[in-house]
Ligand binder design. Structure first.
Ligand SMILES: [Zn+2]
Length: 217
């Protein structure tokens, strides 16, 4: 019998939910779940999301990042999840995605406003930007900790992806959708200004972005 079996199964299930929705691309994306004051569960590194079982989910000490239980190697971004959970003591989950629309906008290295009308309860003033550092490195963890704010729980990681925290996985999925909707609104605004764009292409792109915005509304 493994410890935290239910919580670790929840992590495995959430991986499949995010992979099905296209927010986890290939093996890109990982997450952390707070288990108690000292421990968190994280995804294993480089394992197909559809093959992850509860026992593959690794239990770590939040402060030292040492493995407490599990045979697998924990995600290379474990330090980001630990920092996120520490900065947001009321939140139970930290989710890092390579969600396509937000990741595209993350190439611009710009702070992303929440679109007018977004319910910003618990979201903070905007989606902040973490300066680029290579993924899975101590440099990224360091710059992430430096830019973390307790009142902001959604971030674009420049030229990489997105990360957010939330009270639980269900709420986290809502934040991920809102990040994508904000990114879609950002792209739509730019597209609408491109008068020289082929009209058919413009209409089809706007249609795609509208659908993403509706999902996050
Ligand atoms: Zn990543």
């Amino acid at each position: 019998m493994i410890s935290f079996a239910k919580e670790r199964q929840d992590v495995a299930d959430m991986c499949r939910t995010l992979a099905d929705a296209g927010y986890f691309a290939g093996t890109g994306g990982n997450l952390g779940l707070r288990l108690n004051d000292k421990l968190m569960a994280v995804t294993p590194t480089a394992l197909d999301y559809y093959l992850i079982h509860a026992e593959d989910v690794v239990v770590l000490d939040i402060d030292t990042l040492t493995v407490v239980e599990g045979e697998r190697t924990p995600t290379v971004e474990k330090a980001l999840h630990a920092a996120m959970l520490k900065a947001h003591p009321d939140h139970g989950v930290s989710i890092h995605t390579h969600q396509p629309v937000a990741s595209a906008v993350a190439l611009s290295h710009e702070v992303l406003p929440w679109p007018a009308g977004t319910d910003r309860t618990g979201l903070g003033p905007h989606i902040a930007v973490i300066p680029y550092r290579p993924s899975g490195t101590g440099m990224l963890a360091k710059v992430f900790r430096k830019n973390l704010r307790s009142d902001i729980n959604a971030y674009l990681m420049a030229s990489h992806g997105a990360i957010c925290s939330a009270p639980d996985f269900q709420a986290g999925l809502g934040v991920i959708r809102k990040i994508d909707a904000a990114a879609a609104a950002f792209l739509r605004e730019r597209l609408e200004k491109r008068a020289n764009l082929d009209k058919q292409l413009q209409a089809s792109l706007l249609n795609t972005l509208n659908k993403i915005e509706l999902m996050g509304a």
